[in-house]
Design a binder for this molecule. Sequence first.
Ligand code: HEM
Ligand SMILES: *[C@@H]1O[C@H](CO)[C@@H](O)[C@H](O)[C@H]1NC(C)=O
Ligand SMILES: *[C@@H]1O[C@H](CO)[C@@H](O)[C@H](O)[C@H]1NC(C)=O
Ligand SMILES: *[C@@H]1O[C@H](CO)[C@@H](O)[C@H](O)[C@H]1NC(C)=O
Ligand SMILES: *[C@@H]1O[C@H](CO)[C@@H](O)[C@H](O)[C@H]1NC(C)=O
Ligand SMILES: CC(=O)N[C@H]1CO[C@H](CO)[C@@H](O)[C@@H]1O
Length: 509
Amino acid sequence: MSLLLVAAVLCVLIAWFKRSFIKHPPLPPGPPAAPIIGHLLKIPQDNQEMVFYEWSKQYGGVMHLHVPGRSMIILNSTQAAVDLLDKRSANYSDRPNFVILKMMGWVPTLTFIGYGKRFQKHRRLLQQYFSSSKVESYRHIQVQEARRLLQKLLGTPEDHNNHMSRLSAAIIMQIAYGHQIVKDDDPYIQIAKDTGYALSSCGPPGSTPVDLLPFLQYMPSWFPGTYYANQARKLHHIIRRLHEYPFDAVKKQMAEGIAKPSYLSYQLEQLHREAVDTHEVEVDDIQGTAGVIYCAGADTTWSTMSIFLLAMVLHPECQIKAQKEIDAVIGSGRLPEFEDRPSMPYVEACLQESYRWHNAVPMGVPHRSLEDDIYNGMFIPKGSIMVANTRGMSLDENVYLEPTKFNPTRYLPKPLGNAEPLPIAQFGFGRRICPGRHLADASLWIAIASILAMFNISKAIGEDGQPITPDVAFISGLTSHPKPYRCAIKPRSKLAESLINETNTSDTY
Ligand code: HEM
Ligand SMILES: *[C@@H]1O[C@H](CO)[C@@H](O)[C@H](O)[C@H]1NC(C)=O
Ligand SMILES: *[C@@H]1O[C@H](CO)[C@@H](O)[C@H](O)[C@H]1NC(C)=O
Ligand SMILES: *[C@@H]1O[C@H](CO)[C@@H](O)[C@H](O)[C@H]1NC(C)=O
Ligand SMILES: *[C@@H]1O[C@H](CO)[C@@H](O)[C@H](O)[C@H]1NC(C)=O
Ligand SMILES: CC(=O)N[C@H]1CO[C@H](CO)[C@@H](O)[C@@H]1O
């Protein structure tokens, strides 16, 4: 035991000496570090993105932090992220070793797979199914679910957060597993809840003590620092169920000839076809990619919806402008369709501004560098954890005027607007860029346009008769959600109400 500890300390020391005595250009700047433990105690557990953003004002767009055994490079400028993570993507697309998540049963899950053959295989499977042209063929599902959302918001507006969660999950589950949620005791709802619980009980992804000192995973449960390893073992069955349940269900449906078209049924068919000549794609590749679609897609889309709605509560002037545009384009006798999208630049700007104003994934997912590199005269050591601080990029005053303000007009061409660039960081960078971005973007657009067309969103009225202004506050995590807030959601007119009532949302899928 103590031998292992000594070995670990030695490794850290050797790395430190190597860093200190081998000649190379200077590391990027960063706050003062303590010897050996570096910035370990300075990096906060919560709200890291805002702390990094504040530091970047002093230390610039590329910062270096040092924690035992590794270098962290924090990118606050979009330019630096594009230069490194996009343009030199081949050397920046590895991932850190997510020890805890892997122990929990997230194997093989694209988000956590290192750069290599398996990474490429999973990217290919997902990119094919979620390419921008392929995604157009899922539009009927998104339209249907957006309309169901309208009906739910009409019925129980105070439950808006659940309705938005359901919209995101329902779209994903139909596309990934061919499953339509009808009842509240649906097993998929339980799986989704359990997965959410498991993810929120396993510590900060990639930076628990066990992630930093992987030998801890082999220590007994009484050993200090092993808490999350024990959690991971305890929650393992939940994550395996997420992977196995849909897979087994679809396989059974296929055998009975009643499977609906879905990612799983498509890949299973391919598996049978390809099995004859190649064994390249295996069962756990299919389970892993099908699992990651739900996990990477549902929560992120939901959070972005919730950010949009919060912005609308706080900015009635934007809402009125968007509604005027919608009325001018589609009138009041029908609901928005995807074909209307190009005719509505302001609604588009509202969606883009929701991506920028607050980010569902405020620090992206860390990459890891594969080679020593030099950028603008700064040394970036091989194996650095690369953090693209999306939040910092959204708040960059060199790019966005009054960046904390929700102001869709900023994107419109001059003289109407300020011709500021659309945000790009929200979906990540390079070979790791979110493969679900086209799907997410379309789900969000149709939901947002439909809500704006039919409802007025405003502050809820409190018991004292005064409007309640919701806090702009977030729950931190890999995916960050607005803290639950109240608001009023009312149909814009009797006509709107009957239009929602009369929409046929029975199963057309
Ligand atoms: C608004 C919704 C979404 C946001 C904000 C979002 C954001 C992100 C971000 C920031 C990353 C990390 C990129 C990087 O490492 O540079 C990512 C990765 C990923 N996303 Fe999304 N995403 C969303 C929706 C979706 C959807 C709907 C799907 C599924 C169809 C999906 C599947 C994935 C997968 C599989 C990865 C891992 C990619 C890899 O490691 O190579 N995401 N997403
Ligand atoms: C990756 O790193 C290697 C070795 O340093 C270098 O030769 C190569 O040009 C780099 N590739 C990119 C895309 O930067
Ligand atoms: C919706 O909002 C608009 C603009 O604020 C207002 O004129 C209209 O009366 C509202 N409609 C309802 C039904 O509250
Ligand atoms: C819409 O349906 C609800 C509930 O079924 C009903 O109370 C309401 O009167 C209907 N509104 C219109 C305009 O049809
Ligand atoms: C609703 O749509 C379904 C499927 O297209 C159809 O079978 C059903 O008759 C429709 N219901 C109404 C009331 O139009
Ligand atoms: C918000 C902030 O401080 N942004 C900085 C990010 O980095 C660039 C340099 O690339 C600085 O100019 C910004 O001020």
